[in-house]
Design a binder for this molecule. Structure first.
Ligand SMILES: C[S@@+](CC[C@H](N)C(=O)[O-])C[C@H]1O[C@@H](n2cnc3c(N)ncnc32)[C@H](O)[C@@H]1O
Length: 216
């Protein structure tokens, strides 16, 4: 068991050393190579503008928040949430806790106050068990929770970006989220490793139909 784990961590270290995104993240002082997935999604879908209000879910160690804070500038607002503590990022309001808890979502809403987000970015991912069906189900719960939260608070033309896992569940999840948001697109940014099941959903604004009462 121990030697298997050592072999796995050696392989991980070797892969990290060879990875050009890891080197570039270091050179540009980003905390993780994950930043390049967001940068590539941004290049494709023009996600960010200065002055935006952004919520970053599953933010640790913080590279997406670093990128968001740079893009929105000091006139914007970034709130980042993770169950893990991570070192502060200038210009980012951080919350520690489990996103699936109602108390933590209330903390997020309190931090936003009267501000409505323009963009909710979710890189939330469960700790992987290695059992595909278990991991898919845990991912599904997170992405559905993120999309419900985003639906409840985004501006009418706001955008949700959320990670999910490709597989038998993905179409069902996409269909559920399509009921809440216009124009759900699936993206696989080049920085996302080809052997990884992760894909990203990029949506248009939330669908909040106003029901016209029937005439008497
Ligand atoms: C892939 S990492 C995010 C990387 C991040 N986007 C970055 O650029 O540094 C996924 C994160 O989701 C967090 N996470 C998973 N489930 C969570 C939950 N229920 N509540 C809060 N955070 C959670 C994990 O702690 C982990 O830090």
């Amino acid at each position: 068991m121990g030697s298997k784990r050592t072999a796995r961590s050696r392989a991980w270290i070797a892969r990290q050393e060879k990875d050009p995104y890891v080197r570039e993240a270091k050179a540009r002082a980003y905390r993780s190579r994950a930043v390049f997935k967001l940068e590539q999604l941004d290049k494709k879908d023009s996600l960010f503008r200065r002055g935006m209000v952004v919520v970053d879910l599953g933010a640790a160690p913080g590279s997406w928040s670093q990128y968001a804070a740079q893009k929105v500038g000091p006139e914007g607002f970034v709130v980042a949430l993770d169950r893990l503590n991570f070192p502060p990022i200038p210009g980012v309001f951080q919350i520690t806790g489990d996103f699936t808890g109602a108390d933590i979502q209330q903390k997020l809403n309190d931090a936003l106050g009267a501000r409505q987000p323009d963009l909710v970015i979710s890189d939330l991912a469960p700790n992987l068990s290695g059992v595909q069906s278990v991991d898919q189900a845990a991912m599904e719960d997170l992405v559905i929770a993120a999309s419900r939260f985003a639906w409840s608070c985004l501006k009418p033309k706001g955008v949700l970006v959320a990670k999910l896992f490709e597989g038998s569940h993905a179409m069902g999840v996409r269909n559920q989220i399509s009921c809440l948001f216009r124009d759900c697109q699936i993206r696989k940014p080049p920085a996302s490793r080809s052997h990884s099941a992760e894909i990203y959903l990029v949506t248009g604004g939330p669908i909040r139909q106003t029901i016209t009462p029937l005439a008497p």
